[in-house]
Design a protein around this ligand. Sequence first.
Ligand code: HEM
Length: 268
Amino acid sequence: MEYPDNQPGNPFVQYVSSDVLLSLQRTRTASGSEPSFLIVTQVMELLFKLVCTEAVSGRDLLEEDDLSGALRALRRLHRACLALCGSWEALTSMSPTEYAEFRDALGDGSGFQSYIYRHMEFLLGHKVPAMAEVHRGQEAVHRELLRTLGEMSLYDAVLRLLWRRGLPVPDSSVERDWRLPYPERDEVVDAWHTVYAQQDKHYDVYLLAEVLVDIAFELGRWRSTHLLTVERLLGSKTGTAGTSGAAWLRRAAEHRFFPELWAVRARI
Ligand code: HEM
């Protein structure tokens, strides 16, 4: 099917750029399963971008002390994460033989090389500098990833708000080298404990804590569903990017965004 471009009389197409969007599904094989794989991957890349957009909005609004605005952005971010998880539905029932019909055509291509996913992880606070180095060969992509790595994350902005509110967040969480991996701290667990123990007094911050856990929960679910899908399609085979595949993804799936919000649960 052809989708003609240049539709000056069609305001919907002009706004959505659907002529461009619908021309981007360039499958490489005749496999009946490849279109679902390609389209779902494209949908997820767009949703990663939406998560990045909302994370930047939420972070910047928190820095302006606009907590209600930030909560609205994070609520949208959470809905984008639900859509990300729902998108797996079109892929999770693929069989290994169907996947094998087009896997070789991907070459060494792997989601591991998705730079928008890496921006998303950095913006939410999972800073692994080595992951930016994967893109060293592509100058503009590498430069932008280093820029995001050097910015404060959404979670850093959350902790700065808690500090301004007089909660016992250590000074070292408020000003530090943002490029470095996030150092989990017991004092931050204490601060969250105060928020949970005195919910009425800190009600807006408590709402912030719970929407962050909603987000971390869905992103954990995205990673777990990815892992299960990979186990179903590849078993113990290595990945196209050269990792051990499922074993590597299992370790990646153990990471939790906003770690002290998970640690505090043991104290409640
Ligand atoms: C359904 C078939 C899929 C298989 C068999 C698969 C397989 C894998 C494997 C084995 C890895 C580890 C790296 C490697 O060695 O390649 C990986 C990483 C990754 N994949 Fe997939 N994948 C699939 C679908 C997807 C989709 C639809 C997306 C959406 C964009 C995606 C995004 C990612 C990302 C972002 C990583 C890096 C994860 C991290 O750094 O923690 N994958 N994938």
